[in-house]
Design a protein around this ligand. Structure first.
Ligand code: LLP
Length: 418
């Protein structure tokens, strides 16, 4: 997906769809996440485009952006959801998602979470270990229902992405080793309250090449063939998420090529294909608007201290991730090289490093490609209130999450009876 395209410049001022970012700052303050409804719709529809003739389900990975308005929008477009916790399950249901389009991933599903998901009658559990499978069987037995499962296999394929977001290698905690999968399927087949539905893999995130996806699908398909020989017939293959986006100069595969190549590998199988994209659907449909509080320089560096920080957007700190910075209202300041940092008391609190920008104090800046793993990974560190979130739809503007109040920060805490 191309870089954040809903942000455009009109006479030197940035707009999100038809709304000026200055107007958004005025109405909602900063830092504020801004999403584009039409980009979300367009991106989802273009992912779907190559799949229209196939039996498929697109399960949006809720962890990438879990705002209710976004989940509700995707649900209205027919999306399913990939969840990893009871909290995400409740969000999806509240947002109007169809439980029969939910897959439940994650290595540590608790008993109450499994129970919740069984009672909601979700489409499928992606079981990540033998112990988990046994637990799902136990809970299903207690509730007297059958649990639909896939086994998440670890295809041992190098996704060639940042080590923190690579999940398909042997030394990652995810999935079941390839050589353990077959015996586990056979064991699962004998379990009274388990119904085998599919096979699942997910090899990592922000993957910009096609080959790792195709390699892991080849491995999954070889296992599917073996399962058939053992009279285990699957109704779906879940290939996970992971397609990257353009943050700077990456060129991830087009959706069209990605889906075409995948479908061509399974065309003779008569099987449903499930995708779990997160970032690819929302990453470039959102930005973070922030204000420059201070400019500061020392002997070696210029700093721009903005009002967004690592608690609002953790990706630069955690993965050394690149997010482009744009000045909202162009002006004639001197071009200088800045580190863009937040107010949090950590040297690691930076949003961008060594950027050539023309900046003045009180400028608004737009942090690009922030729609995925931005707000959903934010925290209250330093007792900072979490940002507001708004959605633009042409010239209309909707608040989809209010800025937290200070009282929200400690409303669950209690004083000791001294
Ligand atoms: N399915 C499973 C089982 C996953 O674990 C993930 C992401 C996805 C799907 C969606 O992956 P996507 O299509 O978004 O790449 N916080 C990191 C990314 C962590 C991804 C975790 N799992 C970041 O900001 O880059």
């Amino acid at each position: 997906m191309a870089q954040t395209s809903f942000i455009r410049s009109d006479q030197g001022v940035l707009f999100a769809e038809g709304v000026s970012l200055e107007a958004i700052a005025k109405q909602f303050g900063t830092p504020t996440y801004i999403y584009s409804k039409n980009t979300l719709i367009k991106t989802f529809e273009s992912f779907k485009q190559g799949l229209l003739k196939s039996d498929h389900l697109i399960c949006f990975a809720v962890k990438s952006n879990s705002n209710i308005a976004i989940l509700n929008l995707f649900a209205s477009l027919g999306a399913g959801f990939d969840i990893v916790s009871g909290g995400e399950l409740e969000r999806v249901i509240y947002a109007g998602g169809d439980p029969q389009k939910i897959v439940f991933s994650g290595v540590g599903k608790t008993e109450p979470e499994i129970e919740l998901a069984l009672k909601a009658n979700i489409l499928c559990f992606n079981a990540e270990s033998r112990s988990e499978l046994l637990r799902i069987q136990e809970v299903a037995k207690k509730l007297n229902v059958k649990a639909s499962i896939s086994i998440r296999v670890n295809p041992d394929v190098d996704a060639k992405t940042h080590p923190y977001i690579s999940t398909g290698l042997k030394d990652n905690k995810f999935g079941v080793d390839f050589n353990q999968a077959m015996p586990l399927y056979i064991e699962a087949k004998s379990m009274s309250h388990i119904e085998i539905k599919g096979i699942d893999c997910h090899i990592g995130s922000q993957i910009t090449e096609l080959k790792p996806f195709l390699d892991s699908l080849d491995r999954v398909l070889s296992l599917e063939g073996l399962l058939k020989k053992n009279d285990i017939h699957l109704s779906h293959i879940d290939i996970g998420g992971g397609i990257g986006i353009c943050y700077q100069d990456e060129s991830p595969p087009d959706f069209e090529i990605y889906t075409k190549e995948i479908l061509s590998k399974i065309k003779d199988l008569n099987i449903k294909i499930i995708f779990e994209p997160g970032r690819a659907l929302v990453g470039n449909a959102g930005v973070l608007l922030s204000k420059v509080e201070y400019l500061k320089k020392n002997d070696v560096k210029h700093f721009a201290i903005i009002d967004a920080a690592m608690n609002d957007l953790m990706r630069p700190t955690l993965y050394d991730a690149y997010h482009e910075i744009k000045v909202v209202h162009e002006h004639e300041a001197k071009l200088q090289v800045f580190d863009i940092v937040g107010p949090v008391c950590e040297s690691g609190d930076f949003i961008a490093k060594n950027r050539s920008l023309k900046l003045k104090e009180n400028d608004l800046v737009c942090i690009m490609s922030a729609g995925a793993y931005g707000m959903s990974m934010s925290s209250n560190y330093n007792s900072r209130r979490r940002a507001a979130e708004v959605m633009v739809d042409q010239d209309k503007l909707f608040e989809i999450r209010a800025r937290e109040k200070s009282s929200d920060l400690f409303k669950l805490e209690k004083k000791l009876p001294l």
